[in-house]
Design a protein around this ligand. Structure first.
Ligand code: SF4
Length: 292
């Protein structure tokens, strides 16, 4: 049992894994409890990645067979090696999807019980509220993807997602409960809409992750250089944390401060230090046991 060269993921684990490519800009670790999604985003590229037909992928999120047992097996390895990183749900489905959330609570519970933290990224809006009490302010994060403030636009592009107002109200509810929140502005389908989302939500959103859209006719004439300039003017004027994704970085001024990862929790260092110390102690015991 050993860590991969990234220093965070465990070699041989596939249920809790290190996402690669553009997903890797969002999280060091992730897990996907469901196969398919059911949110029905017209721009979703996941069916192609998973080699599923779009109708099958869009039909529903289905629990992955034997997922919880496989998750526990991976989590024991992470714990034994002292990894306390956040695990993100999810890149290839939505933890608060419209069809099946039966694995979401046991997944979050198992992650926390093994000393790790979690972050959920969703378009499920208030479907997440019954889970709010599981989130720990000093460890976990709640995130939502927003592409528009307009309900009709959302119905067209994300037909089974919660409407934008519902997603925004849910972000505020998590923020008001002391949970770190962030917003994914990707894909950017309409640059004016993304700028308006920042203006509307920045007081209760701790971080914006900003990308573009590729290969969509709706953005064929978008001036991404102009968008990048306007977006950095907006976030700096409002004083909000942000990460500009690699696709837009070529438009940033030279030397622009743009850290890929910042802490996605509301810091209570004494609590976190105690947790980390316990995990490190357990890891030492685990390593001794594994070696003996
Ligand atoms: S919520 Fe995410 S995984 Fe689900 S259809 Fe939309 S883009 Fe795809």
């Amino acid at each position: 049992m050993k860590l991969n060269p990234d220093g965070c993921s465990v070699a041989g684990c596939s249920i809790v894994y290190a996402p690669s490519g553009q997903a890797g800009e969002y999280a060091k670790l992730a897990t996907n409890p469901y196969r398919g999604c059911g949110t029905g985003c017209a721009y979703c590229y996941v069916p192609g990645v998973l080699r599923m037909s779009r109708p099958e992928f869009d039909a529903a999120a289905l629990p992955r067979p034997n997922y919880l047992a496989a998750l526990a097996k991976d989590l024991r390895k992470y714990r034994a090696l002292g990894v306390t990183e956040q695990v993100m749900l999810s890149f290839t489905t939505d933890p608060f999807n419209p069809s099946d959330m039966s694995l979401t609570r046991p997944t979050l519970t198992a992650i926390a019980e093994h000393g790790m933290a979690f972050c959920t990224l969703t378009k499920g809006g208030s479907r997440a509220l019954p889970f709010l009490d599981m989130f720990r302010p000093d460890r976990d994060a709640f995130a939502s993807t927003l592409t528009s403030l307009d309900s009709d636009f959302s119905r067209k592009w994300e037909r089974n997602a919660a409407l934008p107002d519902d997603r925004i109200a849910t972000l505020k509810a998590f923020h008001d409960a002391g949970i770190f929140t962030w917003v994914s502005l990707e894909p950017t389908l309409n640059t004016e809409a993304s700028l308006a989302i920042i203006e509307r939500t920045h007081e209760f959103v701790g971080l914006f992750k900003i990308g573009r859209a590729n290969y969509l006719p709706i953005t064929r004439s978008t001036d991404w250089a102009d968008y990048t300039q306007r977006v950095i003017e907006t976030v700096n004027r409002l004083g909000v944390k942000h990460y500009i994704k690699q696709d837009l970085q070529k438009y940033l001024p030279a030397g622009y401060h743009n850290p890929m990862y910042i802490a996605q929790h509301n810091v209570n260092e004494s609590t976190k230090a105690n947790t980390d110390a316990t995990i490190r102690q357990d890891a030492r015991i685990g390593v001794v046991m594994a070696d003996s």
